[in-house]
Design a protein around this ligand. Structure first.
Ligand code: ZN
Length: 164
């Protein structure tokens, strides 16, 4: 699967969920955080650019948010602890919430976008995207046959933020 195809799927998912924003984790320090190679980082940046390019056609904004603690924070109760994360599994030590670690992180990214913009009026729901290191090869193709949610850690926030 190519980066163009993945970008199309991400934008389609945003449209399906009525998202007006796609929130990517900030890619600046992705090598340090995930152990991604330079090739991965290049591929992630290309993916981001493709998504941005495709999203514009549908009036969808693409933003980057600070990814700090999004892997360790529970997207349900907010409890943040390194023990919450065990490889690909997220298991909250406080409330017991369990999900794929990348999915939980993607959910945190969309929530972080909402919080950051809570005084900015009605922007609609965001789609959170969290990229992990093992999914892209240097040619920009995915090796895993798993669904796009597991590979990229995609989360569409369904509720609209009420503000205040
Ligand atoms: Zn929790």
């Amino acid at each position: 699967m190519t980066l163009h195809r993945i970008a199309n799927e991400l934008v389609a998912e945003a449209r399906d969920h009525g998202c007006s924003v796609i929130a990517f984790e900030d890619l600046t320090d992705i090598r340090e955080r995930t152990g991604a190679s330079w090739g991965h980082k290049w591929a992630f940046n290309r993916l981001y650019e493709y998504v941005e390019y495709k999203a514009v056609e549908y009036g969808i904004i693409v933003e980057q948010v600070d990814p700090e603690n999004t892997s360790r924070r529970c997207s349900t109760c907010g409890f943040t602890h390194p023990d919450n994360r065990e490889g690909e599994a997220f298991d909250c030590q406080k409330c017991g919430y369990e999900n794929h670690a990348d999915y939980n992180a993607a959910k945190n990214i969309s929530l972080r976008y909402l919080r950051r913009n809570q005084t900015g009026g009605d922007e609609g729901a965001p789609l959170g995207v969290r990229l992990n290191s093992g999914t892209l090869n240097v040619n920009g193709e995915y090796e895993s046959p798993a669904d796009v949610s597991a590979r990229a850690g995609v989360h569409a926030e369904s509720h609209r933020f009420s503000g205040g």
